[in-house]
Design a protein around this ligand. Structure first.
Ligand code: ACO
Length: 321
């Protein structure tokens, strides 16, 4: 038994913040941000919008693309590190908004790797025949947790959500293999210190703190390893990959992998210039755009690869259709 994607959807806030906008309030420039990251602009949610609002819009689009009745949904997994509240989970809030009254629902925390971890979890539930269908959403509003005076982090992130609806299939398509890993020893390189049980009063700050150089070194190795390993697990060669959708964090990290594997431009999907790093939303948002642009055809081999806080990383390989 496998799981195949029968619908995709995504949502970003309306408000666009360009690099030039940022250069009016902090000591940075469009040139610095573009050459170091590839990012040109990002979407920023307003005060009234929480993660579940973006997740709901993306989920509705995925369900409508599949012409699927929410009442039939059996499980909802929301990958997020910026939930609406510590509890109830964002997945339960989404379940209520979708009126998916039969579904179980829970959140999964693996930061920017969250969508790949959630997809692999959904695949395991379907493969074990516990559920026949699963809605997987990656959604984050990390702009709410940025120190807007810290130029080394605030230029990198944006908000968004992406969703996929999975259904069981007995055919040789869908999620062919998953490879997910964690390196907790490196967790201190990318931290949101305040707000958890270690510091509920947020004395240490409620903002993203990152050692960019350490994360960069980890990311290039993680991306490389997880692409190789997931191809190995699926018993496929690099040449059989039709499209790589990497986590949209930094163009230089993606370029490293492109160079390492000598990948032609058309085999790598990139949209980070428009959105920045949208954390758990990054890969499903890119996947949805690639589907809607006709970049993915039935039987295409698509590899989704990411990395994030934890530290975490991983890939899923999909035979489309
Ligand atoms: N504008 C202008 N100058 C800047 C900016 C900025 N926005 N940010 C940093 N600088 C300065 C620094 O202060 C430094 O100045 P100095 O030499 O006078 O000290 C100089 O630019 C170089 O800084 P570096 O940190 O060495 O720049 P680097 O080339 O490493 O790029 C970056 C920084 C873009 C953050 C890079 O390290 C990176 O992309 N790291 C990976 C980040 C990432 O992918 N995070 C994923 C998070 S996933 C998740 O789970 C949330």
């Amino acid at each position: 038994m496998r799981s195949r994607i029968i619908g995709t959807g995504s949502e970003v806030p309306q408000k666009i913040v360009t690099n030039d906008d940022l250069s009016k309030t902090i000591d940075t420039s469009d040139e610095w941000i573009r050459t170091r990251t590839g990012i040109r602009e990002r979407r920023v949610s307003d005060e009234k919008t929480a993660t579940s609002d973006l997740a709901f819009a993306a989920a509705r689009k995925a369900m409508s693309a599949a012409n699927f009745d929410p009442e039939k949904l059996e499980l909802i997994i929301v990958a997020t590190c910026s939930p609406d509240t510590l509890f109830p989970s964002t997945a339960c809030i989404l379940q209520s908004k979708l009126k998916a009254s039969s579904a179980a629902a829970f959140d999964l925390s693996a930061a920017c790797s969250g969508f790949n971890f959630a997809l692999s979890t959904a695949q395991a539930y379907i493969e074990s025949k516990m559920y026949n269908n699963v809605l997987v959403v990656g959604a984050d509003t990390l702009t709410k947790y940025l120190d807007w005076s810290d130029r080394s982090t605030c230029v990198l992130f944006g908000d968004g959500a992406g969703a996929v609806l999975l259904e069981k299939t007995e055919e040789e398509k869908g999620v062919l293999a998953s490879y997910i890993k964690a390196k907790g020893d490196g967790g201190n390189h990318l931290v949101m210190p305040g707000g958890g049980s270690r510091d509920p009063e947020e004395k240490s700050g409620r903002f993203i703190r990152m050692d960019g150089k350490e994360v960069f070194k980890f990311a290039v190795k993680a991306l490389e390893e997880s692409v190789v390993k997931v191809l190995e697990k699926a018993n496929l060669s690099l040449g059989s990959m039709d499209l790589l959708i990497p986590h949209q964090a930094n163009m230089r990290i993606i370029e490293h992998v492109v160079k390492k594997f000598s990948l032609p431009e058309k085999k790598v999907y990139v949209n980070l210039m428009k959105y920045g790093n949208t954390s758990a939303a990054s890969i499903p948002l890119a996947l949805d755009e690639a589907v809607r642009e006709g970049r993915i055809k039935p039987k295409d081999i698509v590899v989704l690869s990411g990395f994030g806080a934890g530290l975490t990383y991983g890939s899923n390989i999909i035979c489309w259709g």
